[in-house]
Design a binder for this molecule. Structure first.
Ligand SMILES: Nc1nc2c(ncn2[C@@H]2O[C@H](COP(=O)(O)OP(=O)(O)OP(=O)(O)O)[C@@H](O)[C@H]2O)c(=O)[nH]1
Ligand SMILES: [Mg+2]
Length: 210
């Protein structure tokens, strides 16, 4: 199975070298070479659709991804990335979950290529970090490589009492991002699973038929 081969190749790429992780624009770093090879190979798999899952550290990205795969929540923050392939409504969704810690954000750009969708995860239970999340999201929306990517924002941790509502978050994020961009914000709880598939449904509906 293609994804199995992809996963086997990932094993060698999971830990970037120190020099690579410091280089924001490094040409031909070990890290970039491995990713470029994977993306090129992946690009030939027309039945697969690539989605990039980003967001601040602790937002719940990995918990959400693992929920979709019916796996236990993660035991630690992501250093590097996680890759999962998911069969959903006759689509094969390949989801890249990249760590959100500040140092790792400098590596996000390595993962932009050929992303049909950007899944941005917010922690709705922590109003103090919404301005930081908004800044990161706005930066992503100005990235040329992501200009055609559909945007799904998960307002995660809706199970937490007094969390921010979807309508509050839409206002706070100021999602005035160009009329061409298709976007949707979905309230969810990665812990309970509520809302998670509704978000995926929007994404799949927004995709061109493959
Ligand atoms: N109450 C609640 N807690 C959640 C939810 N989703 C995630 N968490 C918790 O939030 C913490 C961070 O979750 P992660 O999935 O590791 O967050 P992440 O976005 O992958 O973080 P990085 O890997 O550092 O980028 C964990 O303690 C999770 O149990 C949710 O929907 N509700
Ligand atoms: Mg994680």
């Amino acid at each position: 199975m293609r994804c199995k081969r992809l996963r086997e190749r990932m094993a060698g790429a999971k830990t970037p070298s120190k020099s690579a992780s410091k280089s924001k624009n490094g040409n031909g770093s070990y890290y970039e070479q491995i990713l470029a090879r994977l993306f090129n190979r992946f690009g030939r798999c027309k039945s697969h659709q690539k989605f990039l899952m980003l967001g601040l550290d602790g937002a719940g990205k990995t918990t959400l991804l693992r929920k979709l795969k019916l796996l236990e929540p993660p035991s630690q923050p992501t250093v590097g990335f996680n890759l999962e392939s998911l069969q959903y409504r006759q689509h094969t969704l390949v989801i890249w979950d990249v760590g959100g810690q500040e140092k790792i954000r400098a590596l996000w750009h390595h993962y932009f290529i050929q992303s049909q969708g950007l899944i941005f995860v917010l922690d709705s239970s922590d109003p103090s970090r919404i301005p930081e999340a908004r800044k990161e999201l706005q930066k992503l929306l100005h990235e040329p490589e992501l200009k055609d990517a559909k945007l799904l924002v998960y307002a995660n941790k809706q199970d937490v009492q007094n969390c921010l509502s979807v309508s509050n978050l839409v206002d706070m994020l100021d999602l005035s991002i160009g009329e061409d961009r298709q976007w949707h914000m979905q309230g969810c709880s990665a812990s309970t699973g509520k809302g998670v598939y509704e978000g995926l449904d929007w994404l799949v509906d927004a995709l061109r038929p493959c």
